[in-house]
Design a protein around this ligand. Structure first.
Ligand SMILES: O=C(O)/C=C/c1cccc(O)c1O
Ligand code: FE2
Length: 315
């Protein structure tokens, strides 16, 4: 069976920053192309690979991957709060399939998801419960990181399951990246209160959430002004990765090491793991073609900002 894919950067700053009009228009144009692609494909099921930013997953128990049987948006940065429309039996069947292929994936019967998972659903489907979605958490912020090879293998296993479904049109989403280094605390350098948040910061007070988000919003302003103490975007790295993903041969990404990824493209560049998983899943259904590709480094959004659509080549 054929599959389709949208990979897209997310940024909570879409609603909180003000880049020049032509930049905003270019991003909206890329979203619009992705929406048109999705509407034409008319998926019956979405499998969404997304990271979390210490809103649903914490160091009290941090898996590399987790399949949600139910999921609820936490409503960070004004994104939609509430339940996603998760087909629990389909999710459980997928988890079983993956387990039988020697991959160890956590499951959650109540996954909490943040802007990383919610923003693409809002942009592509005008809501978080309008289409059945199986959410797959891919750790993109918390050390230790599994190898990129492992991420590719997970994507291939999930794609293998989806490719044999006869009664579904499946859209894969990969959310995050590309190069970027927003001020998400790191355990090694965090102070005591930041460590408490990283350990178990579930359900913060409104004031605590506002303070955390304001720090990111302020950093984005400073980054655009050239004064933020965060790592620069790396358009060459972003474009090279997008070329690898488009090529159909994902094995070169196996050589990317976690430390080198962070050094070259920022700590949150690990979010590209969702793109790799999504493309590996797509490739499991056969050769694919990229139908639309957008890229722009956007400091106001603290993101090497990319959007790609792709689908199985009819054969
Ligand atoms: O607030 C956070 O935890 C993350 C913010 C952010 C900013 C820019 C790009 C991203 O992918 C983010 O998640
Ligand atoms: Fe992110």
């Amino acid at each position: 069976m054929s599959l389709a894919l949208v990979t897209m950067s997310h940024s909570p700053l879409l609603e909180y920053a003000d880049p020049p009009a032509q930049v905003k228009d270019a991003v909206q144009g890329a979203f619009s192309a992705a929406r048109t692609f999705v509407r034409a494909y008319d998926p019956t099921l979405v499998v969404s690979f997304a990271p979390d930013h210490y809103n649903g997953f914490f160091y009290d128990l941090m898996p590399p991957f987790c399949i949600g049987y139910e999921a609820v948006g936490v409503g960070d940065y004004g994104t939609t709060a509430g339940p996603l429309n998760v087909p629990a039996e389909r999710a459980a069947e997928l988890a079983q399939w993956v387990a039988e292929r020697d991959l160890d994936v956590a499951v959650s019967r109540r996954m909490e998801v943040d802007h990383g998972a919610v923003q693409p659903l809002e942009i592509l489907f005008d809501g978080i419960d309008t289409v059945p979605v199986v959410p797959v958490f891919v750790n993109g912020v918390a050390k230790p990181f599994v190898t990129m090879r492992r991420v590719r293998k997970l994507g291939e296993a999930i794609g293998g399951y989806l490719a044999q479904l006869r009664d579904e049109r499946v859209l894969l989403i990969g959310s995050g990246g590309l190069s970027h280094d927003p001020p998400v605390p790191q355990w090694a350098t965090a102070d005591e209160s930041a460590r408490a948040m990283l350990l178990n910061g579930r359900h913060p007070t409104a004031a605590a959430r506002d303070a955390r988000q304001q720090r990111v919003i302020d950093t984005a302003k400073a980054f655009a002004a050239g004064t933020a103490p965060i790592q620069d975007l790396n358009p060459d790295w972003d474009r090279a990765l997008m070329a690898t993903l488009a090529s159909g041969d994902l094995t070169p990404a196996d050589a990317m090491t976690p430390d080198q990824m962070a050094e070259d493209a920022g700590n949150s560049a690990h979010e590209v793991r969702t793109w790799l998983a999504a493309f590996a899943a797509l490739g499991a259904a056969g050769p694919y073609e990229v139908t639309h590709s957008f890229y722009r480094p956007i400091k106001e959004y603290i993101a090497g900002f990319g959007v790609m659509t792709a689908r199985t080549v009819a054969g």
